[in-house]
Design a protein around this ligand. Structure first.
Ligand code: GLC
Length: 458
């Protein structure tokens, strides 16, 4: 008994120490019903495909410092090259993107079938790509350009019905006193994280949330280095005060979960069942422009990635890194145009679609090759993917079979099957049994990358 009450006393004493922590967990993230969340996430779940834009002063050095290439991704050049603040800030004088045409950028995204854009309003170099009043380190003060590209993009987005979101590096800031991954490299880099949060991050987040009308509709945080609950909560409160309906990713830190998972540069093999998620990915190796990076993914890879992600219930945020002149690299534009052509025919199988009903791995087994156990070999790039809508199943067929397409059993009775690429939706012959469905396909694939068959069922 005595032992028990001692334990109880100990428990109570411990509990008294914990409230701060449990209060923290209570205060993180929104308290909302499923209906409220569904309504808030609605446009984003429908959209499926967006453009990420990494654009800033780092497009001036474009991967080079003192004529030597700096390894790593372009927007990290200041950190990777250990470039002193004064040298890095001098790049801003050469940042004069007079060829920037917001309308052309938004049109390129729109024509690619993208429904939203997320642009870096401030990356880890702390450079504001918007008209900030709280730091001279921004595009309207430190460059000959002097314009606010985010304002111009907001106008163009309204014209094209495009949603606009902002990326904001809330923790790392190598010029304004924020954190630095790997530590500081220049004595000029003062670091008082709380001071930085109060004087730069919070007021700038206030600016980007207040000055662009209905935008941003997404706030994309990144690298929560040195974030703790108090710092993150100040930012979170500012957001809730100004734009409570906004969608935030999961990178704020300080215990905040956010709305979306953000697998970076990969497609999670099973998706994140029941969660909202978005794969962000580069078209070459870098996010921010690097003049030597020509390792472009093929249009085939990008289109199949989009199918793969949709089949696992996610969104695809595909990056473009414009030059210091304000142009999107031609290689990016070419690929966007290819994806756009595909989406114009097959987009209905992507927008607002749900994941495959057959399990994330369906369509990824070889028809001929066997694994060590003699079972069909698992090859991620293989064969086909699938998305769904009410009463419809869409098959994205990558590898065109010679005659019949064989697939697993479908619940419900299939009424008709047709190719989205066929404007007449001519009926394809099929056979449905309890074991599966086989569909008779034309000899020639209508699309060499991914042909889409729609099955309508009751
Ligand atoms: C990383 C990098 C960054 C890039 C981002 C995109 O976390 O720090 O440069 O902006 O990923 O997801």
């Amino acid at each position: 008994m005595a032992k028990k009450s001692l334990l109880l006393a100990l428990g109570l004493a411990l509990a008294a120490l914990i409230p701060a922590a449990s209060a923290q967990t209570n205060q993180t993230d929104k308290v909302e019903t499923k209906e409220q969340r569904d309504a808030r996430m609605g446009w984003w779940r429908e959209a499926k495909f967006g453009m990420f834009i990494h654009w800033g002063v780092y497009s001036v050095p474009a991967g080079y410092y003192h004529d030597k290439p700096v390894a790593g991704i372009g927007e990290w050049i200041m950190n990777r090259g250990k470039i002193p603040m004064s040298d890095y800030q001098a790049f801003a004088k050469d940042f004069n993107p007079v060829k920037f045409d917001a309308d052309a950028w938004v049109k390129a995204a729109h024509d690619a079938g993208m429904k939203y854009m997320v642009i870096t309003s401030k990356h880890h170099d702390g450079f504001a790509m918007f008209d900030t009043k709280v730091s001279p380190w921004g595009i309207t003060h430190a460059t000959p350009f002097g314009r606010d590209p985010l304002q111009e993009l907001a106008t163009a987005c309204r014209k094209y019905g495009m949603k606009l979101g902002f990326y904001y590096s809330q923790a790392q800031d190598w010029n304004n006193g924020g954190a630095a991954s790997g530590g500081k490299w220049d004595p000029a880099q003062q670091h008082d994280m709380d001071d930085y949060i109060d004087k730069i991050a919070v007021p700038q987040v206030r600016e980007i949330l207040s000055n662009y009308g209905e935008f941003p509709v997404v706030l994309w945080w990144d690298t929560p280095h040195d974030m703790n609950y108090d710092r993150a909560a100040k930012l979170y409160k500012t957001v809730q005060e100004l734009k409570p309906g906004i969608i935030m990713n999961n990178r704020l830190g300080g215990g905040f979960k956010g709305d979306t998972e953000t697998p970076e540069q990969f497609i999670p093999p099973q998706g994140y069942p029941g969660e909202d998620w978005e794969t962000c990915m580069t078209m070459n190796n870098t996010w921010g422009f690097k003049r030597d990076d020509n390792n472009w993914k093929s249009s085939e890879t990008l289109i199949r990635n989009l199918c793969d992600i949709a089949s696992k219930g996610g969104n695809y945020l595909l990056n473009v890194g414009p030059t210091s002149e304000g142009l999107m690299p031609q290689a990016s534009l070419d690929r966007l145009a290819d994806v756009g052509k595909w989406m114009a025919v097959n987009g209905e199988s992507v927008y607002g679609s749900g994941p495959t009903p057959f399990g994330a791995e369906a369509g990824q087994f070889s028809a001929t090759e066997k694994d060590k156990k003699g079972k069909p070999k698992f090859i991620p790039a293989w064969q086909w993917r699938c998305t769904t809508k009410a009463g419809k199943i869409y098959l994205h067929i990558f590898e065109w079979p010679t005659n019949q397409f064989e697939m697993p059993a479908v619940k419900g009775k299939i009424a008709k099957a047709y190719l989205l690429a066929d404007p007449k939706h001519k009926k394809l012959k099929f056979k449905q049994t309890e074991q599966g469905v086989s569909i008779k396909l034309p000899k020639q694939a209508p699309d060499a990358i991914a042909s889409v068959v729609c099955l309508e069922y009751q």
